[in-house]
Design a protein around this ligand. Sequence first.
Ligand code: ZN
Length: 278
Amino acid sequence: MGKYFAGISAILCGVRRTRIFGAVCCFAVVCVMAHISSARAQQNQPQQNPTQQAVAPPQANESLRTVVLDAAHGGTDSGARGPTGLAEKDIVLEFAQAIASSLRAQGFQVVMTREGDTNPAFDDRAQTANAQTDAIFISLHVGSSGPQGSVRTYTYLFPPPDVEAAAGGAIAAQSATAPSAPPGFLLWREAQKPYLVQSGKLGDLIQVELADKFKESPNVSRSAPVYQLRSIAEPAVAVEISNIAMDRAKLEGLIPDLVNGITRAVMAYKTIYPPGGK
Ligand SMILES: [Zn+2]
């Protein structure tokens, strides 16, 4: 059962259609560094039945108009947990809601992968993102390490094929039986590939803005195997704030700079966003 979508040549007679078929979730990966267990839990979730989904044609003016905000974790997946019991899933939802308000005030449509204490599977979050046109995806995390009050922005790092093949027997077996993508389609699990350059530009804009306020942060984004970015068919980044050992009030104190930095970066990225996001 494979999940594909028309990511390469989906422009037919001036109308772009994205078709999504089944799901393959077969690669052992890590989330943002300290979220390995979360990624594995997601992998163990039941696979979905094949679905087909047609996305509404884009507007004639294909400028960036939608931001998909992903408050990571949720529900039974608390994410990182601090010494006071503060759960990553709660503070990232607070961050996402604040960023959403700011972006909406700037005229962007904002779609949240979760609005409450739920834990959509990675594939469900990707389906939410991939149902949008002219969109970008920003996943929010609070890590358990790193200098307090620092921020890192990640783009997806695809592993070399030989590393992936050696990643384990079950994975190799799944890969061997997985159908290849039809012409003009991409494997669901490789959906991010055509967008990596744009993801890097978006990531760097965000990181530059945030590094200005969040000391001890790197000046540019970096790539890492952040699993939930892999199947996102649009420019996609993960932003990780350090760290969960801070008390809630201090983390909430970061919200204004986080909101302003990400809003400025998204507005700047809109000016260089290419039609279709590639
Ligand atoms: Zn996380």
